[in-house]
Ligand binder design. Structure first.
Ligand code: 6GU
Length: 359
């Protein structure tokens, strides 16, 4: 998977060199390229912000550097080779891509187009054949995804992918010819585990980190004419900028890529994992010693009865969800609960079979 991150603070992304994701990058599972937005400015001060029209506090990110950055990273159907890298002669490279780094996953045309990618020091390296071969103008601007076809084939995308107005066809997305653009903002739709799963199946994502009061709205609007764009939020609080939000999302997505976690670290028991844990919080976990400061590990976990252990874990997940996130249970369809689940919920004080449950 290829990830491009555009930011005015490339240093924020140093953590992507370590731990799980650092290893995934070194083994080539993850191709992360960090770009300095200021490389696409042209004035002496490398200005990226300006005062808001209509007045008010704070500053807004100017559309021009963003437009040029996206033009450089994402080929246009009428100008397939990314126009140029940032014009800056700044030699301090923030592009972490090794020469000849992996192209976005997908078809041959994608790899022809993006081998080498864009280096922030200057020009596009390794320009390949234009991707226009085989893609008609109508394919480029169908303005949506084929009927019934979520782009990633994972059902209705809650993040807005495939909504009318996405300027990319399912084929373009699947081939990695155009990326999905993800813009973190507190005014976006909530980012969920389902989004992480959906994004992890895509070959190429571009993250645009806003600062100040956000990015001039015309940037997302124009980008939507040529690629799917999701504006997403991590929750009901305000961060100083999108960088930390992107780190969070990249970690949530990256750990789901095949080969990043070992088999022993299956993600199916995670809180929110699609399937049995959807809308449930994972319960408590224990390791050795069996008694610690006079507190024993629950006997059942030492019993060796796998079925009983699985049932106990589910009971604990249900109880914890009642305590911490009762609104998640209200979303559960009653048919995903068995009689035992209902008994546990009732005992924990959550009304089942009542109007609190989804239909
Ligand atoms: Cl995604 N960005 C910013 N700047 N603030 C946030 C957020 C994102 N999610 C919650 N607060």
């Amino acid at each position: 998977m290829r990830l491009d991150i555009v930011t005015i603070f490339p240093e924020y992304f140093a953590p992507l060199d370590i731990s799980l994701l650092g290893k995934a990058r070194r083994t080539g599972l993850l191709d992360v390229r960090v770009h300095d937005l200021r490389d696409w400015t042209h004035d002496r001060h490398r200005t990226v912000d300006d005062t808001p029209y209509g007045g008010g506090p704070g500053m807004v990110m100017k559309p021009d550097p963003w437009g040029e950055a996206l033009d450089a990273l994402v080929p246009r159907s009428d100008n397939p080779t990314p126009s140029s890298g940032p014009p800056s002669d700044d030699s301090a490279s923030t592009d972490k891509t090794p020469p000849g780094g992996a192209p976005p996953g997908g078809g041959a045309s994608a790899s022809e187009t993006f081998t080498g990618g864009v280096s922030p020091g200057g020009a596009v390296s390794g320009r390949g054949a234009p991707p226009s071969s085989g893609a008609s103008a109508s394919e480029m601007f169908t303005g949506g995804v084929s009927p019934g076809g979520a782009v990633s084939g994972r059902g209705a995308p809650p993040g807005g992918g495939g909504s009318p107005g996405d300027g990319a066809s399912a084929g373009e997305m699947a081939s990695g010819r155009v990326p999905r653009l993800i813009i973190p903002t507190p005014s976006g739709r909530p980012f969920t585990q389902a989004d992480a799963v959906r994004y992890a199946a895509e070959p190429w994502l571009v993250f645009a980190c806003g600062r100040y009061e956000g990015i001039d709205s015309r940037v997302a609007e124009e980008a939507r004419t040529r690629m799917p764009v999701d504006e997403v939020s991590l929750g009901d609080f305000v961060l100083a900028g999108g960088e930390v939000a992107v780190l969070v999302m990249v970690e949530a997505i990256g750990r789901l890529l095949p080969g990043v976690l070992g088999n022993a670290d299956s993600v199916t028991d995670d809180s929110f994992a699609p399937g049995a844990m959807e809308s449930l919080l994972e319960g408590p976990v224990y390791t050795k010693p069996p008694v610690w400061r006079e507190r024993p590990v629950p006997d059942i976990l030492l019993s060796g009865h796998h079925g009983a252990i699985a049932r106990w874990r589910r009971d604990e997940a249900l109880r914890r969800t009642v305590r911490h996130r009762p609104e998640l249970l209200s979303r559960l369809a009653p048919e995903v609960l068995d009689e035992h689940d209902r008994a546990v919920l009732r005992e924990a004080g959550f009304p089942v079979d009542g109007e609190d449950m989804a239909d």
